[in-house]
Ligand binder design. Structure first.
Ligand code: NAP
Ligand code: MG
Length: 495
């Protein structure tokens, strides 16, 4: 495979990039009321590659009303099997356009093309997995304390959902939210991150091929403070499904109180990796490294705090450092690149500032820490040794390819877990050991929504995913994910 360049990329992609994209409302392409336009930047070069219109409160109003009409009209009345068919058609359309979507995602977010292609495959799987839930949503029959009654629960879609998403894995996260909402019978207004709107617009285009009823999915690129805030404030929105920073999540909680919107919040993290001396080091070392460095560390579940038993500390930290050195950092369109750039100059500055802060706090940066090349937002994967729990680099989410290593001596699992639990977050944790009892004890003690042992898959559509503590509210994926888009009604009949 050779590097995809402007001269070799598919004409469809060029054509897509050359348009100034309007908003997608009620199945139609609509000019934004304000006429504002967002420049879409390729983080590998800093060049503007596309332009999209930005929604404001007027557009949000139109989109919410289109989503309401679709919800009351065709969508909730559609037989579950037909809802499933519509979702499967959308999955087919996405699959058929995978190459184009992956290319747009790489140009927009910067991730290596192979990673973008994988993300699109996962998105297709999500659509198909959740399509399967359409006909399987059911209430329960209950035995009551009273005689002569017959009682049951029914599950009903919540209504109009606003999905607000970040830029780190745009397409797969957007499709996951949409899949769960549609399976439940809700309709969606999606606001992608301002930095990465392209793949969402492509998805909007594909709804026509999938013959999705108009208004079931609306796509409104725009600024968080404008379009995002208008959705959060809107009385016609019944639920917000948000993925992003904890700070924005807290603001959404406050702003959504007006009509008591249902909320699912997937927020930040500062997840621990634990490596014990009995671990299979051939797997634990690259596993720990990639838990921190994958997607250039711009991952909510990044294993950014590395706790290693002192017996193997030097060996593991050296090994992780060697992986950091070996990773090829470069443009996502270059097939040799293993890590792409950070998403923006702002993010590069922010992460670089944290590395500096670590030094000022007395930690030693033993690998990386420096920018790669003069153009684009590339940063070498970075290993910080001698970190201490109270340092800001150990407490705050950096969201870049930076891992902070800390040794532990203890064999008492309560103490080891306490190290990992010393955080306001609780999204994920990684454990490397061959001791089965230790696995299950530690899994119980760790305060996190997901515990991955010896490389267990990070995100799996069938498994609930979400955060303890300030990593969020509620769960996505699996049955719990669909249930988050449903209300439960109790019906009690006196016979
Ligand atoms: P962010 O600033 O919170 O943005 C997320 C989304 O919210 C974007 O679409 C953003 O729009 C929008 N937004 C901003 N202000 C808003 C407001 N007042 N009302 C409504 N929406 C608003 O986060 P980010 O910088 O894009 O992403 C990085 C953060 O997301 C990290 O902290 C990371 O941990 C977290 N994250 C969490 C998960 C998870 O599953 N738990 C996954 C990925 C990322 P703009 O694009 O215009 O800012
Ligand atoms: Mg971009």
């Amino acid at each position: 495979m050779s590097t995809v360049s402007e001269s070799t990329r598919p004409r469809a992609v060029d054509e897509f990039l050359s348009r100034v994209h309007p908003l997608f409302i009620g199945g139609e392409w609509v000019q934004a009321a304000s006429g504002e336009v967002i420049d879409v930047v390729d983080p590998a070069s800093g060049a503007i590659v596309a332009k999209v219109q930005a929604a404001d409160a007027t557009d949000v109003d139109r989109a919410v009303s289109a989503a309401r009409t679709a919800f009351e009209g065709p969508w909730r009345r559609l037989a579950p099997i037909d809802r499933m068919r519509a979702m499967l058609r959308l999955a087919d359309a996405v699959e058929a356009a995978s190459d184009e979507i992956a290319l747009l995602e790489t140009l927009d977010n910067g991730m290596p093309l192979t990673a973008a292609a994988r993300a699109v495959r996962i998105a297709v799987e999500n659509l198909r997995y959740f399509a399967g839930w359409c006909g399987k949503i059911a209430g329960d029959l209950h035995n009551l304390t009273m005689a002569d009654t017959f009682a049951y629960t029914v599950k009903q879609p919540i209504g109009v959902v606003a999905a607000i998403t970040p830029w780190n894995f745009p397409f797969v996260m957007e499709v996951a939210k949409i899949s769960q909402a549609l399976a439940a019978g809700c309709t969606v207004v999606l606001k992608p991150a301002e930095l990465t709107p392209l793949s969402a617009l492509k998805l909007a285009e594909l709804t026509a091929a999938a013959d999705l009823p108009p208004g079931v999915l609306n796509v409104l690129p725009g600024l968080g403070a404008v379009a995002g805030q208008a959705l959060v404030d809107h009385d016609g929105v019944d639920k917000i499904s948000f993925t992003g920073s904890t700070a924005t999540g807290k603001n959404i909680i406050r702003s959504s109180a007006g009509n008591l919107k249902r909320l699912t919040l997937e927020l930040g993290g500062k997840s621990p990796t634990f490596v014990f001396p009995d671990a299979d080091m051939q797997k634990a070392v690259p596993g720990a490294a990639m838990a921190a460095f994958a997607n250039s560390g711009q991952v909510c579940v990044a294993g950014s705090r590395l706790f290693v038993h002192r017996k193997v500390f030097d060996q593991v930290v050296e090994g992780v450092g060697a992986v950091a050195d070996s990773l090829r950092v470069g443009p996502g369109l270059d097939p040799d690149s293993q890590l792409g750039p950070l998403v923006s100059q702002t993010q590069l500055d922010r992460v670089s500032r944290y590395i500096e802060l670590g030094r000022e706090e007395g930690a030693e940066v033993i690998r990386g820490g420096d920018r790669v090349g003069g153009e684009g937002y590339f940063l070498r994967p970075t290993v910080v040794a001698d970190a201490r729990p109270e340092m800001r680099v150990m407490r705050e989410e950096i969201f870049g390819p930076v891992v902070c290593a800390v040794p532990f001596d203890d064999d008492d699992l309560e103490q080891v877990a306490a190290l990992g639990n010393d955080t306001t977050y609780g999204l994920a944790a990684y454990v490397w050991t061959r001791d089965v009892s230790r696995v299950h004890r530690l899994a119980e003690l760790i305060h996190a929504g997901t515990v991955q042992v010896n490389g267990g898959a990070p995100l799996e559509p069938a498994m609930p995913f979400g955060g303890f503590r300030q990593s969020g509210w509620g769960r996505e994926y699996g049955e719990a994910g669909v249930d988050a888009y449903l209300e439960t009604k109790s019906v009690i009949v006196r016979l």
